[in-house]
Design a protein around this ligand. Structure first.
Ligand code: ASP
Length: 444
């Protein structure tokens, strides 16, 4: 196995951190401030202001126009102008015009949607490498996908290790890699986070720093709760619960490679580098002196199937038969709260149209002959998440008290035995007030 120094950091900068020359300068001073920040993963330039376009979106637009045999000239020129603006603003000696020509030609000759999108990161990486004086390393030679388009994590891990062993430092564009036949393939949107994570794993980095435009993870959605507290430490498991419910800073698939290797992730703010940000770790003894929970997250858009049947608890195979119906519809269920004679299945509303609903009801009736069955939309779920809840008494009481004080009816309760979270379901119209009331109860 190739050995890398034990103290290296892999640093990823998001699109807003590399949107213009001013941000590139901030990035350079962050890199210069710590010599162990040796492998840098850039995104494509993001929005500079409200209403601006992300370069990746412009590239997708070029692809669309080219496929419709429409002119890509004006959109493509805007993209080149964005990069030239950065180059001019930094005062570096770099001419990308032959790259632009080549990319345009390839787009007009059907190089593919992923190829088009990937050029955002590629060009930004070229500029950043030049500006930092780092090696430019094209991920196409080491981030690998299988023929069926899924990510080949083991081959990638090996290739990155081999390639980076020859580079003391490097800028590695995020978001893309290649298929066995060499065609460019991207991850899903926001996928530069994944590149950062897999590079961190391959070099066994001490830490994976993910630089963005917020001070880290917040304990609640700032669009719902005013000025929510920043989270200092969150475990991977807590993060998964919070992200699933809609708290998003990091791409979901970016968690697994670093988690697997036990590498902490530090979410940092490029515009406020003095802030420590949020540390995402496997385990921590840290306890917030003010509250027992780590965060609250929630989502609208759930439906609940309620099935009742007397003596359900003694009917072997009841649950399996119900879930088989859901499986046959190709739907995965979200939660499964149950009582002695009731079973509820919670699904995402957008997974079931009215035809599917009727079919599900009929099939469940045929399968288990219930006394009653109903499907109700308009459910919002709220997860109260915290690793320290296990040790604390009265957490559930506080959740219910907060919701009761807001005069809101709880329609469903779900607490796993891991005691990592308590999930409640409320009517969508009560979602915001329930979130606020629970937040106030735990963070006052
Ligand atoms: N540029 C890509 C996107 O906008 C990937 C990324 O920024 O992570 O989705």
């Amino acid at each position: 196995m190739i050995r890398f120094p034990s103290d290296i950091k892999v640093v990823k900068f998001g699109g807003s951190s590399l949107a213009d020359a001013e941000h590139f300068r901030k990035v350079k001073s962050i890199i210069d401030a710590d010599k162990t920040r040796v492998y840098v993963i850039p995104s494509a330039p993001g929005k500079r202001y409200d209403g601006d376009d992300k370069v990746t979106d412009l590239l997708y637009e070029c692809f669309r126009l080219a496929e419709n045999s429409e002119s890509i000239d004006s959109v493509f020129d805007r993209i080149c102008e964005r990069y030239d603006d950065i180059i001019r603003g930094l005062g570096i000696d770099l001419d990308l015009s032959s790259e632009y020509q080549h990319i345009k030609w390839a787009m007009l000759h059907h190089a593919g949607r992923d190829y088009a999108a990937s050029r955002g990161e590629y060009l930004n990486g070229r500029i950043l490498a030049e500006y930092l004086g780092f090696d430019f390393i094209d991920p196409a030679c080491m981030v690998k996908f299988f023929d069926n388009g899924t990510f080949d994590s083991e081959l990638t891990n090996k290739r990155i290790g081999e390639v980076l062993a020859n580079h003391k430092n490097g800028v590695i564009p995020g978001f893309y890699g290649s298929m066995p036949n060499g065609t460019i393939k991207t991850f899903s949107r926001g996928g530069s986070d994944i590149t950062g994570s897999i590079v961190a794993r391959a070099v066994l980095a001490e830490i994976y720093e993910n630089w963005t435009d917020v001070d880290g993870f917040l304990s609640a959605d700032p669009r719902i709760v005013d000025n929510p507290k920043k989270i200092k430490y969150v475990t991977y498991r807590e993060l998964r619960e919070l992200s699933y419910m809609g708290a998003s800073v990091l791409h979901e698939d970016a968690i697994f490679p670093v988690r697997f290797a036990g590498i902490p992730v530090n979410i940092r703010n490029t515009n406020a580098p003095e802030e420590p940000g949020t540390m995402i770790v496997s385990q921590t003894d840290y306890t917030d002196p003010d509250t027992v929970i780590t965060g609250i997250a929630g989502h609208r858009g759930f439906s609940i199937i309620t099935i009742e049947k007397a003596m359900m608890n003694s009917e072997t195979g009841f649950g399996r038969k119900v879930l088989e119906v859901i499986e046959q519809e190709g739907i995965s269920f979200e939660h499964l709260p149950s009582g002695i004679d009731t079973m509820c299945v919670i699904l995402k509303t957008d997974a079931i149209d009215s035809i599917k609903k009727e079919r599900i009801k009929n099939s469940i009736c045929m399968a288990v002959n219930p006394d009653s069955i109903s499907i109700e939309d308009g459910l919002a779920l709220i997860a109260v998440v915290g690793r320290n809840m296990v040790k604390a008494k009265g957490t559930a009481f506080k959740v219910f008290k907060a919701v009761a004080e807001a005069e809101i009816n709880i329609k469903m309760i779900d607490q796993g035995s891991s005691e990592l979270n308590i999930i409640i379901g409320v009517d969508e119209k009560d979602f915001v007030s329930a979130m606020r009331s629970i937040y106030a109860e735990f963070f006052k």
